[in-house]
Unconditional design. Structure first.
Length: 367
């Protein structure tokens, strides 16, 4: 029997969500009992791969790390979901002429081509139709185009297969965050919410309104930008910079600044200055996306910012951002919808958001 057919008859109960980042690999696996999700397991595997390691070797190292982790934890799940972001994928919101489902399937490549900055032959193109709209008297369909570079998708499939898993879904980081956000805050927001997943190389930005992601953008300002800024001032090695940012905080109030001066905390003051400058650059990029979104007239304001990713742990980051954007800032707890969690350390929680969103995906999404 065709194995896809078997999966449709017996959808897998457990999918491991695996977020393969440049700093760490994050894993989450839920199981469902009486319609209630429970946490089967989670993992956070820091990677220390030398930057000049060839691509194939990098993939094998990551696959081995995942395999060892699954073995160590005795996880038997077979199916996995991973995701891509950054340069590997482009998401565009466009209005296309209204057509029947069949016609769309036949013409989508031609319709999409002008919006995709890659050669259409190098990408896997998917689309979702959000709804019908009228534009200048013409019936149109609001459509989300997702163009994923085939080689980036293949890289993730290779890693999962080499780790002994069956890759079921290759999603987009921002969509995984939307899946998770729906679960942790179902229907709670009347206004748009900005989600920022600040990782090591990339910050995934999305704006969600009425349960639908309306803007997806990846910005190449994240943890490693901050490392470079600190290195420039303090001339420390990478491990020392990493330790410094985990042990210090952004100095936001005058009292905090004065206390750092009194303690002669030269490194702490420099780190805070560098982080503040990087966050200001990030702030101007984010503001551009917010302005672009608000100019479309769907919402009048952003009601809150939700932070995830490793950098969400930077001390005082939510206070700093709330001051810049003048809206409340929260740090996501990807397991807040569970009856109990397995003592996941507080500083790990925000990094697990993408993996948790991936683990929540069901077979129907993959068909
Ligand atoms: N406690 C902390 N304080 C400050 N920064 C932290 C802390 N913990 C982790 N980070 C930073 O977060 C970043 C890693 O975040 P994350 O694990 O989300 O990245 P990633 O998903 O591997 O990267 P990417 O998706 O960009 O490839 C690193 O720059 C790391 O130094
Ligand atoms: Mg990441």
């Amino acid at each position: 029997m065709d194995s896809n057919f078997v999966k449709l008859l017996f959808p897998p109960k457990e999918i491991i969500g695996i977020d393969i980042g440049t700093y760490s690999v994050k894993l989450v696996c839920f199981w469902e009992e009486k319609k209630q999700f429970k946490l089967r397991d989670w993992g956070h595997i820091p990677l220390s791969i030398k930057p000049d390691t060839p691509g194939e070797e990098k993939k094998s190292i990551i696959a081995r790390e995942i395999k060892n982790y699954l073995k160590k934890k005795g996880i038997q799940a077979k199916y996995a979901a991973a995701s891509i972001s950054g340069n590997a994928v482009i998401v565009r919101y466009v209005k296309l002429p209204k057509l029947s489902k069949k016609e769309v399937a036949l013409t989508i490549n031609i319709e999409a081509e002008p919006f995709i900055p890659f050669d259409i032959r190098d990408v896997n193109l998917t689309y979702y139709i959000l709804g019908d709209v009228m534009e200048e008297g013409q019936p149109k369909m609001e459509t989300v185009l997702v163009a994923a570079k085939k080689d980036a998708v293949m890289d993730k499939i290779d890693i999962l297969s080499e780790a002994g898993l069956e890759p079921l879904i290759i999603d987009v980081d921002s969509f995984a965050l939307e899946t998770l956000y729906e679960r942790v805050a179902p229907g709670n927001d009347s206004n748009a919410v900005l989600i920022l997943n600040i990782g090591h190389k990339v910050t995934n930005l999305s704006i969600i309104s009425q349960g639908i992601t309306r803007v997806v953008r990846d910005i190449f300002i994240a943890g490693s930008t901050f490392d470079k800024a600190v290195q420039k001032i303090l001339k420390l090695d990478p491990a020392a910079v990493d330790a410094l940012k985990k042990s210090r905080k952004l100095l936001v109030t005058d009292e905090e600044k004065e206390a750092a001066i009194e303690e002669f905390d030269r490194d702490g003051i420099a780190a805070s200055k560098a982080a503040g400058a990087v966050l200001k650059d990030l702030y101007s990029e984010i503001s551009r996306s917010i302005d672009f979104y608000l100019s479309q007239g769907v919402d009048h304001s952003i009601s809150k910012i939700v932070l995830s990713g490793g950098v969400a742990n930077l001390g005082n980051i939510s206070r700093f951002m709330a001051g810049e954007f003048k809206v409340p800032v929260e740090i996501i707890n990807p397991f807040s919808f569970l009856p109990e969690t397995k003592n996941v350390p507080r500083e790990i929680l925000p990094s697990l958001a993408v993996a948790a969103g991936l683990a929540l995906r069901k077979l129907k999404d993959w068909e």
